[in-house]
Design a protein around this ligand. Structure first.
Ligand code: BG6
Length: 551
């Protein structure tokens, strides 16, 4: 992912462009750049975070039109040349891009045949040059956008400036998110609402294949067939997008500490007046389906493993759970009446959006569970349930994962009208509060023991295995330490060879059915010299274990 920001007519363009990038840093942070119109196109960019950009960007920018970008490298290593904004060969056009152009080799060859030279390894430079190639033919930027859109395969959200249009910022979008913020005497764009909420609460979502432009006073959007569209303005509330760290050193810690509140909020949202509050049509459609396919990526896929099992337990319905990018290439839908549940914190993950094409083509009934109202998946799925977790800024999902599992538990229980889950979830809140209150010093001690290790393993069975997968992903994503989750029963089939003297092995024991087998696994890894940290529920806890969950 990358984050893009743009503005026309805003009072402090430098501040808007840099502050906006800081809020989008969760979308990538290996390089950053700013471009603006001031007697032609000016570009400042470098490897590093938006904070570094602040140091190299002149303090007194005089411009009406500005674009900025924070990058997660995909095509081309993180380098100054590969950073955005990219400039077209004749320096007419510059742009920032979030997405991936699938046919970039073909387009690059086409442009080379027309005399174009390239200075980066990115797919984005191709878009800048395609736009310039068509613009120089027609001297009409909207025509150039139409022609370029027709040529691009893949995903893109672009903010574009042209030196011949000193008052205008152009934009186009397919699959990657792009939002316009409507101001008074200024207009804004960004990958999500967070950079814009302190400037406006009125937003316009761009849909696939749309393009257009903003000036200080005007917003124009054209559809797939290049016809002017009258876009709906939605109101977003500022509190939902608040980036206030509230005294925490970083967002991940703040978001972990919000987990108890998130569970409580979800219970209130979906269960009150002694009954579940889900849409009757959704429940009826789920009940009449004979198979549920769960789709997600990363953390959301791990939530789907738990959710799928819960649905099987409560409803005796068969389920399959897929990593979205795998299903997209080989979609299978067993049963006569399959129902698809997509799970995504952001509602914007491209791999899931690709799946939506297949889902629509085969007319499969579907539901998105997301934290982001107004996102592409929220707007394009048949049913949508919101996680109400508040904005999750940290790249590593924590509170949204817990919200996903909680909401799946509520939905599965509502299909059976089983209210006992409400008490279980309230009990979970107590467990979380107990960890927050009593375990911080112990967690810090374990973290300091682990921080210089090179391999860390997690072990669990059944739900505890799903939990191990998520814990392992969190560890590797945040600490860059290699980590693997191993199902207890699989240990003997190969992975045990990786356990050496002092290899940290974190074991989850929360399920009475698998507890005895897990104790056996602990003995196995200890024989190899592993340093074991066991996290167990009260009833299954032993004095030698590391952490007791109040459950
Ligand atoms: C990845 C993130 O890029 O996207 C993961 O690194 C996240 O942490 C995954 O779980 C899926 O995101 P989403 O928004 O679809 O839940």
């Amino acid at each position: 992912m990358c984050g893009i920001v743009g503005a026309v007519g805003v009072k402090s363009p430098r501040q808007y462009a840099l502050d906006g990038l800081k809020m989008l840093e969760y979308r990538g942070y290996d390089s950053a750049g700013v471009g603006f119109l001031s007697d032609g196109i000016k570009i400042y960019k470098d490897v590093g975070s938006p904070a570094h950009l602040d140091e190299i960007l002149p303090k007194d920018i005089n411009t009406d039109v500005i674009i900025s970008h924070t990058r997660l490298a995909t095509h081309g290593v993180p380098s100054k040349d590969n950073s955005h904004p990219h400039l077209s060969m004749n320096k007419k056009i510059s742009l920032v891009h979030n997405g991936l152009i699938d046919n970039f080799v073909e387009l690059r060859n086409f442009l080379i045949s027309k005399g174009y030279k390239f200075y980066s390894q990115t797919d984005t430079e191709i878009i800048a040059n395609m736009l310039e190639y068509y613009y120089l033919q027609s001297k009409d930027m909207l025509k150039a956008l139409e022609e370029t859109k027709n040529q691009l395969d893949g995903s893109y959200a672009c903010a574009i400036i042209n030196e011949d249009y000193p008052d205008t910022l152009f934009m186009m979008r397919k699959t990657s998110p792009l939002l316009v913020g409507k101001g008074k005497g200024f207009n804004l764009i960004a990958s999500d609402a967070s950079p814009m909420v302190s400037y406006t609460n009125e937003f316009i979502e761009l849909d696939d294949y749309e393009h257009g432009y903003i000036t200080k006073t005007d917003i124009k959007v054209f559809d797939k067939d290049n016809k002017l569209v009258d876009k709906k303005v939605t109101i977003k509330d500022m509190e939902t997008f608040s980036h206030d760290l509230k005294g925490y050193p970083h967002y991940m810690l703040k978001e972990i500490e919000e987990i108890d509140t998130v569970i409580k909020k979800l219970i209130t949202a979906y269960y009150h007046d002694n009954k579940y509050q889900f849409d009757e049509d959704l429940l009826n459609d789920l009940k009449s389906s004979d198979h549920i396919i769960f789709l997600g990526c990363g953390t959301s896929y791990h939530a789907s493993l738990v959710g799928g099992r819960l649905f099987e337990n409560f409803n005796n319905i068969s389920t399959t759970k897929y990593i979205a990018s795998e299903w997209a290439f080989h979609p299978t839908f067993p049963g006569a009446k399959p129902f698809v549940i997509l799970i995504s914190q952001s509602g914007e993950t491209a791999d899931l959006i690709h799946c939506l094409d297949t889902i629509k083509k085969h007319n499969l009934n579907n539901l998105i569970i997301t934290n982001t109202g107004g996102s592409t998946l929220d707007r394009n799925c048949r049913y949508s349930l919101l996680l109400h977790a508040g904005i999750e800024v940290s790249v590593a999902s924590t509170k949204a994962y817990v919200a996903q599992v909680t909401l799946l538990a509520l939905l599965a229980a509502s299909l059976q009208n089983d209210a006992s889950v409400i008490d279980d979830l309230k009990h979970c809140v107590t467990v979380v509060e107990d960890i927050q209150k009593n375990y911080k010093p112990m967690i810090q001690k374990v973290a300091s023991e682990l921080k210089d290790k090179t391999n860390i393993f997690y072990l669990g069975r059944s739900y505890d295995y799903f939990l191990s997968l998520e814990a392992s992903l969190k560890l590797k994503e945040i600490s860059y330490i290699h980590s693997e989750a191993i199902p207890g029963g699989e240990l003997k089939h190969g992975p045990i060879a990786l356990i050496e003297q002092d290899t940290p092995t974190i074991v989850f024991i929360t399920d009475p059915e698998t507890a005895a087998s897990m104790r056996g696994n602990i003995e196995e890894v200890k024989t190899r010299g592993a340093k074991v940290y066991t996290i167990a529920t009260k009833k299954l806890f032993r004095p030698e274990d590391t952490m007791m969950l109040e459950y």
